[in-house]
Write a protein that binds this ligand. Sequence first.
Ligand SMILES: Nc1ncnc2c1ncn2[C@@H]1O[C@H](COP(=O)(O)OP(=O)(O)OP(=O)(O)O)[C@@H](O)[C@H]1O
Ligand SMILES: [Mg+2]
Length: 149
Amino acid sequence: MEVNFTLERVKETAAMLLDKAANYKVFAFHGEMGAGKTTFIHALCELMGVQDVVTSPTFSIINQYKTNDTIDPATGAQVTGGQTIYHMDLYRIRDENEALNAGIEDCLYSGNICFVEWPGKAPGIFPDETLHIEITSVNDNTRKLKINL
Ligand SMILES: Nc1ncnc2c1ncn2[C@@H]1O[C@H](COP(=O)(O)OP(=O)(O)OP(=O)(O)O)[C@@H](O)[C@H]1O
Ligand SMILES: [Mg+2]
């Protein structure tokens, strides 16, 4: 799947990804600085029922969110919250060893949904079933999302 999107369509694009990737737990977001990884992950978290995502610190390596009760926009069905979501940013991690010490691996294999920025910093610790996603900048207003789905 390959799709171009603007800032106004981030949520819509995120919903499409969630729909296609329903079986995945670990989502690895590759892309340069400023590509739009955090923006996209925040949209995914909101869609999943996280309410405090905008107030979360952007500098921490591991952010843990809890989902609230929400309505599935596609089906209108009530979705029960209480689910844990990890948003990890490995930018400041140097290698696999530092990732292990920071507790990244524990999160990746916890069975909870994980959204990870800069996975290339510690490629060896990711589960085989990780969904790798690439975000690139097309121009100032447009980004491209690429996935093998
Ligand atoms: N789809 C998009 N279209 C246009 N601009 C976008 C889009 N997504 C994000 N941006 C803008 O790009 C900038 C950087 O976004 P963001 O912080 O999400 O990037 P990042 O990939 O997480 O960067 P970093 O690697 O530094 O963490 C922000 O100003 C954001 O508003
Ligand atoms: Mg970021």
